[in-house]
Design a protein around this ligand. Structure first.
Ligand code: ZN
Length: 325
């Protein structure tokens, strides 16, 4: 018998990425579609079904060749019901019965979880997590998300909201967060958070800095320009990056003291700052982590880039079908 395959889908607001993988997690082929969010996002699921069926025809494969389809989605995902609600970048405001429709449309078992959990699974399995059983993933993008894998299993919590690392409070009276609280990690360590922090700190910085000049001139400044300036030795930019990394180290310390992961993986757009970012977090981490934990926790930059989503999504098939049987 031929070894069965997996399909991984990474559903995002601009593109839908697909991959066919073997059960060892290696991508054999991949393709993508633009996400059409018109008509309240009702075209998305039919487009996914059509694209899968079309590609199976193209590769002369049958539904029996697959163990299942896994998908990562934005919004509030019920992995048990296979539904998504409140995915505003997809125009999905009401409950979407994704699992039911895709299983009917393809005849292949379907599994789903939120995009941060799925990226965490991808990095833990095939990326910087090195397939170790205790790995925490933090993604620094437009927002800050996370996923926690303990004893080889995703931690979902009692209502599916575990791993909301972006909403760990790192500054009790800090900036207002979109969640309604104040001082969440997301308000200072997301791509927009880094810029917000830079703007606030610029008001009080008196020295010479090209970055501060840009901010004062009203030039467009993004997280990348803050990190680039810091790498070039801009004193003010370094001060901002130090502050961001101190907050990240505080969050990593608290996470580690509680969960004792072997590795914390940092991903998302801001993590493109690479070892420059990781070194600064490592340096400050010692202040916040309990010593026996500090010595045994690796802080690493994510390795899979855009493939983390499809790889992690495909692993839902393996994890969920084993835990159900
Ligand atoms: Zn928050």
């Amino acid at each position: 018998m031929l070894e069965k395959k997996l399909i991984g889908i990474d559903l995002g607001g601009t593109t839908i990425k697909f991959a066919i993988l073997n059960i060892e997690g290696h991508i054999q082929t991949k393709w993508s579609l633009e996400t059409d969010i018109t008509e309240k996002g009702t075209k998305i699921v039919p487009a996914i079904i059509e694209s899968i069926n079309h590609h199976l025809d193209l590769y002369n494969m049958q539904k029996e060749d697959f163990l299942g389809i896994g998908m990562g989605s934005p919004g509030n995902v019920s992995h048990i019901d296979g539904t998504v609600i409140g995915a505003y970048n997809l125009n999905w405001k009401t409950t979407q019965f994704v699992k039911k429709l895709i299983e009917e449309g393809t005849g292949i078992p379907f599994f789903i979880d939120n995009d941060a959990n799925v990226a965490a699974l991808g990095e833990q399995w095939m990326g910087a997590g090195n397939n170790e059983p205790n790995v925490v993933f933090i993604t620094l993008g437009t927002g800050v998300g996370g996923g926690i894998i303990i004893n080889g299993e995703l931690v979902r919590g009692s209502s599916g909201a575990a791993g909301e690392i972006g909403h760990i409070v790192i500054e009790p009276h800090g900036f207002d967060c979109t969640c309604g609280n104040q001082g969440c990690l997301e308000t200072v360590a997301s791509a927009t958070g880094v810029v917000r922090l830079a703007r606030t700190m610029a008001e009080e910085f008196a020295g010479l800095s090209l970055l501060k000049e840009s901010i004062d001139n009203g030039d467009s400044v993004d997280a990348k320009s803050v990190f680039d300036a810091a790498k070039e030795g801009d004193v003010f930019a370094l001060r901002v990056v130090d502050k961001v990394c101190d907050y990240l180290a505080l969050a990593c310390g608290n996470i580690s003291n509680m969960l004792n992961p072997s590795t914390i993986v940092i991903g998302g757009g801001v993590s493109k700052a690479g070892e420059f970012l990781a070194d600064k977090i490592r340096e400050k981490f010692v202040r916040y982590a309990f010593p026996p934990i500090y010595n045994n926790t690796k802080i690493k930059i994510a390795e899979l880039g855009n493939d983390a989503g499809v790889i992690g999504a495909s692993s839902l098939v393996l994890n969920d079908s084993f835990s159900e049987s």
